[in-house]
Design a protein around this ligand. Structure first.
Ligand SMILES: Nc1ncnc2c1ncn2[C@@H]1O[C@H](COP(=O)(O)OP(=O)(O)O)[C@@H](O)[C@H]1O
Ligand SMILES: [Mg+2]
Length: 368
């Protein structure tokens, strides 16, 4: 029997909990051509949400999925967009059509299970410009709306403002294409989409993805255990969610481990849950120590304070207790910790991103 808790990849269908409102909204936006910008800390379920929306839309739209995480150059970006577009080009003689599709460049195309387009060194600028036109041309060719998803879009910003400028000035003419931009680094995403100097300023509606509502997540967890023959009380699921703070990824990861234990015993008790949690925290000791050791003192102090649930990191009292002379090193440290994705902010409060690490910090250094 397969473990019903999945955490190594985006989840879909019956492995995807709730998010009904977001799904409906996104479907409407995609069909109507409203561009959307989605962000949340890493592993909250952005890719899963968009992936599920596209699944539900079925053949009403043609999806092009661009995973920017693996894009290091403009040429690679062009190749990704072109490969995705050509993969969806329905025609009798694909090679012949592709030749006509590119006017100033001659890419190498390999057709197999995966369509792969390769441009030559030296032609990347023209290749990039031509590739950017493909989504709209695909929509015209297929007479269907195209949805282009840029996953982890903040990586593209690293390629420079010129790249963003070119993309924006091309995309704004694409009337039959909806663009969805997913990002994990809020500050970067805000710079790209909210700052008036940025080419992508006001390019779409913003959607900040929160955690899955506890009620729904609890139901999901209970159903997965029950349907695989493990009996447990509601309070067990509550305890799991309390320990993982309802974090979508860490909750699934923890449940994945618990499931094996549940299979052995046929049930799970509060004690089982607590023991398994402590075991996981302790097992991660070496890797947390490595992270801890890599941090400068001021970041260590701020990280620990957040783990201890410190709310006002700028109060005089806080500064005195943690021996900061002014608020500015605190501010700098918070920024650095966010950049490293060790902490994130939701609903105006900072949290340790990894709930296991939060417990580890308190376990190692005390609750303050
Ligand atoms: N709606 C959901 N229902 C159940 N689990 C989810 C859901 N969304 C995310 N997860 C869990 O979180 C993990 C990370 O999701 P993913 O979509 O890859 O996040 P992101 O794109 O925000 O980094 C998934 O593998 C799954 O374990
Ligand atoms: Mg993702």
């Amino acid at each position: 029997m397969r473990n019903p808790f999945i955490y190594a990849e985006p989840v879909d269908g019956e492995n995807f909990a709730d998010r009904k409102r977001e799904l409906e909204e996104l479907k409407t936006e995609m069909l109507s051509g409203q561009n959307v910008i989605i962000y949340s800390p890493r592993r909250f379920g952005k890719s899963s949400l968009v992936h599920n929306t596209l699944l539900e839309l079925g053949d009403k739209v043609i999806p092009l999925w661009i995973d920017c995480y693996r894009v290091l150059t403009k040429k690679e970006l062009a190749e990704k967009i072109a490969s995705e577009a050509i993969k969806n080009w329905k025609t009798r003689d694909i090679l012949e059509s592709v030749k006509k599709l590119f006017r100033t460049v001659t890419p190498k195309i390999s057709l197999g299970e995966n369509v792969e387009v390769e441009f030559s060194i030296g032609e990347e600028e023209r290749a990039f410009e031509e590739s950017l036109k493909l989504p709209q041309r695909l929509a015209e060719h297929s007479k269907k709306r195209v949805v282009v998803v840029f996953d982890e879009f903040q990586e593209i910003a690293e390629l420079g403002n010129q790249v963003l400028k070119k993309m924006r000035s091309e995309f704004q003419w694409h009337k039959e294409v909806t663009y969805v931009f997913i990002g994990s680094k809020q500050s970067m995403m805000e710079k790209i989409f909210r700052s008036a100097q940025s080419p992508f300023y006001n390019f779409g509606r913003h959607l900040i993805l929160k955690k899955i509502p506890l009620e729904e997540f609890r139901e999901f967890i209970m159903e997965k255990f029950h349907s695989t023959g493990i009996s447990l009380k509601d309070e067990i699921a509550d305890r799991i969610l309390e320990l993982t703070d309802g974090h979508p990824y860490y909750t699934q990861k923890f449940c994945h481990e618990l499931w094996y234990l549940g299979k052995l015993k046929g049930t799970l008790t509060l004690n089982d849950v607590d023991e398994a949690f402590s075991k996981l925290v302790v097992e991660s000791d070496a890797s947390y120590i490595e992270i801890w050791d890599s941090l400068p003192l001021s970041q260590k102090k701020v990280l620990l304070a957040i783990a201890r649930g410190e709310k006002d990191l700028y109060s005089t009292n806080f500064l005195a207790r943690y021996e900061f002379r002014s608020p500015s090193p605190v501010q700098y440290s918070v920024g650095a910790l966010r950049e490293k994705e060790l902490v994130h902010r939701i609903n105006g409060v900072y949290e340790i991103s990894d709930p296991f690490m939060r417990y580890w910090l308190v376990w190692r250094f005390g609750g303050g």
